[in-house]
Design a protein around this ligand. Structure first.
Ligand SMILES: Nc1ncnc2c1ncn2[C@@H]1O[C@H](COP(=O)(O)OP(=O)(O)O)[C@@H](O)[C@H]1O
Length: 286
């Protein structure tokens, strides 16, 4: 482990990350009243996001909605949403020798090596830096403790948002995922209606259906079959859940149980992140 970390420290991957990420000031804590948030003391300060360098990571099991909420927040806050899964899929769509290697790994539900993923992320961050980007919301990274350690080594992460849903809902959501082959937007044809039992609340989520011009162009990700999704859950529990503990131990983890679909969850998430009045001000200014 130490040898690998040393290798990373001396590699060009990390020097790229080091140049790409800037260090933000330490964030203070504030509390939130949201019933969905279990680690309330880690809510970010109620400071105008324009005055902060947002450097957040989104954690959570496959299908939980990291992409959906990270992308909405990136639009609201004006920082890039960087999903390592998207970087992997971009690489897959090329015909490089790496794409062949990645296809095999992704279609087995396994994680790509830390070296490869950090290389892809570094390139993306470097391109962003060239374009004058600052701040980021990372989605799907870090997914191993080693990735979290490397990130911690090279930059300051303000907050790790851990989205949660019960595993039966996650499975339905993964199997219902669809992508428009033309515009790349994500949809979901699953209609979730789980009864509340054993102390767990009922969860209802309406499908997120495509507009007519995308409806005939929907495709399913090759890794969203039941067998591969179940393997990805197993890998998540094994390799990625310890990352939650990594941020919990540093007082940076916000755990958010999604109460339902976007209409119920989005306002509650903003409340948990102390951004509810910021969205109101943004809409008023629009
Ligand atoms: N940080 C990462 N580390 C290793 N592999 C990754 C990482 N991010 C993405 N991948 C690879 O890309 C695949 C798709 O990722 P993603 O789109 O984030 O899927 P999901 O969150 O639905 O599992 C993962 O199953 C994995 O093989």
């Amino acid at each position: 482990m130490a040898a690998v970390t040393r290798l990373f420290r001396s590699s060009s991957y990390v020097s790229l990350i080091r140049r790409s990420l800037s260090t933000a000031p330490e964030s203070a804590s504030a509390s939130s009243e949201s019933a969905q948030v279990r680690s309330q003391s880690n809510s970010p300060p109620r400071v105008d996001p324009k005055d902060r360098n947002i450097q957040w990571v989104f954690l959570g099991c496959p299908g939980v909605g990291k992409g959906t909420y990270a992308s909405r927040l990136s639009t609201l806050l004006g920082v890039p949403h960087i999903a390592t899964g998207d970087l992997v899929r971009e690489e897959l769509s090329s015909s490089t020798p790496l794409s062949k290697q990645l296809k095999e790994i992704v279609n087995q539900g396994k994680l790509v090596s830390d070296e490869i993923i950090i290389n892809l992320l570094s390139k993306r961050l470097e391109a962003g830096e060239t374009n004058g980007e600052s701040g980021f919301i990372l989605d799907g990274f870090p997914r191993t403790v080693r990735q979290a350690e490397i990130l911690d080594d090279v930059t300051h992460i303000d907050l790790a948002v851990n989205l949660k849903l019960p595993e039966n809902v996650l499975l339905e959501k993964c199997l219902g995922r669809r992508i428009c082959d033309q515009c790349g937007k994500n949809f979901n044809v699953a209609s979730i209606n789980v009864k509340g039992e054993n102390g767990n609340p009922a969860i209802k989520m309406a499908p997120l259906l495509p507009p007519p011009h995308c409806a005939s162009k929907l495709i399913t990700r090759s890794d969203d079959t039941e067998a591969i999704v179940k393997e990805r859950f197993r890998v998540y529990n094994d390799k990625s859940q310890p990352v939650e503990e990594f941020y919990r131990a540093r007082g940076k983890l916000i755990e958010f149980d999604l109460p339902g679909g976007i209409p119920e969850s989005w306002p509650k998430l903003l409340e948990a992140l102390n951004l509810d009045d910021y969205e109101d001000r943004q809409s008023a200014a629009a």
